[in-house]
Design a protein around this ligand. Structure first.
Ligand code: ADP
Ligand code: MG
Length: 338
């Protein structure tokens, strides 16, 4: 395939922050006061509840007026081009429940998916097929989609709910993979969207059965692009993850299942933070242990995080002073990953 010109230089781990617009509830309960003052495209000052200022610098900050297309072009398009060229990548949406993770990933509504509000996942699909139209005619490409949910360290197949406990395996041919996970061959955007919609609908069914909120599980959209030329096969995998809500659960109020959920989420999100930290700490090499095995999430992402693959962490935040402490903790997670 002819490589589209790199839009810009991108290091292996990119950390971005995104602030959604104030919600009507936030305005009603708390007025329109926000805790951020944007300085430029990378820098802003964050004011916490006590009036303390923190300066943050990320690879890019998307403010309340940012468009879905801006987010896609900055952080996903280069990874889509990589995937088509058989390089793996990961895009993670992190943040408290209600911060805009699903909006960023799926859009306002995956079924409706209108031009403006459509999120990263449907744009990635379009981007993959767009790249393939420019591909070498001698190369045969196949695009596959899997969709899974990780809840309480169990991996469920969202394209086939009967597979409710997928095992993670590793071998020389396939690398890290989910044994028996449904893989749907997709030949265009419409077909992809149709399968994504049923995955999303299945997620809702499972939630009702398990009495669980989607915000308590991680959802992974996995795209594999395989290319075959002169009997040589190469594969690129792109995983997008809508992470479980990062909010702290009130220690006093939570008990039983809610507390167990919170502990499990906390554990997997800190495992993720530790893996990214180990990757960016500069001591990446044989001696440096990357703790992929500390959670199902990091284990699944193992071959799409690190090595020559690219990782993007999108830290989603509310701009309201009402959510200042959760936003600060999200931004600190992002800053630590750098
Ligand atoms: P999360 O998935 O992190 O829990 P959502 O993506 O569901 O949060 O966002 C919460 C609400 O805010 C939704 O109603 C969503 O449509 C809205 N929202 C989030 N981000 C934006 C944005 N950038 N522009 C407009 N509305 C947004
Ligand atoms: Mg969500």
């Amino acid at each position: 395939i002819e490589l589209l010109r790199e839009l810009r230089d991108m290091s292996n781990v990119t950390v971005c922050a995104r602030f959604r617009p104030l919600s009507s509830k936030e305005i009603r309960d708390h007025g329109d006061s926000t805790c951020i003052q944007h300085l430029d495209a990378e820098t802003f000052v964050f004011k916490d509840e006590k009036g303390e200022d923190y300066r943050f610098r990320f690879d890019r900050v998307f403010d309340q007026g940012s468009e879905q297309v801006d987010v896609y072009e900055f952080l996903a398009l280069p990874i889509v081009q990589d995937t088509v060229n058989a390089v793996n990548g990961t895009i993670l949406a992190y943040g408290q429940t209600g911060a805009g993770k699903t909006y960023s990933m799926e859009g306002a509504n995956i079924f409706g998916c209108d031009g403006n509000t459509k999120g990263l996942v449907p744009r990635v699909v379009d981007g993959i097929f767009e790249c393939l139209t420019q591909a070498n005619v001698m190369t045969v490409y196949t695009v596959k989609l899997s969709m899974v949910e990780i809840y309480m360290e169990k991996v469920r197949d969202l394209l086939d709910l009967s597979k409710d406990n997928l095992q993670i395996k590793e071998d020389k041919v396939q690398g890290i993979h989910l044994l028996g996970a449904t893989e749907i061959y997709i030949s265009d955007s419409a077909e992809a969207l149709q399968n994504l919609s049923s995955g999303i609908a299945n997620r809702a069914v499972g939630e009702t059965n398990m009495n669980m909120a989607s915000s308590r599980s991680h959802c992974a959209y996995i795209f594999t692009v395989q290319q075959e030329q002169h009997r040589r096969v190469k594969t690129g995998k792109l995983v997008l993850v809508d992470l479980a809500g990062s909010e702290k659960i009130e220690k006093t109020g939570a008990e039983g299942k809610v507390l167990e959920e919170a502990k499990t989420i906390n554990k997997s999100l800190s495992a993720l933070g530790n893996v990214i930290k180990a990757l960016t700490s500069g001591t990446q090499g044989k001696l440096n242990h990357i703790p992929y095995r500390d959670s199902k999430l990091t284990r699944i992402l193992q071959d799409a995080l690190g090595g020559n693959s690219r990782t993007v962490l999108l830290c989603c935040c509310s701009p309201s002073t009402l959510n200042a402490s959760e936003s600060l903790s999200t931004l600190r997670f992002g800053a630590r990953a750098k």
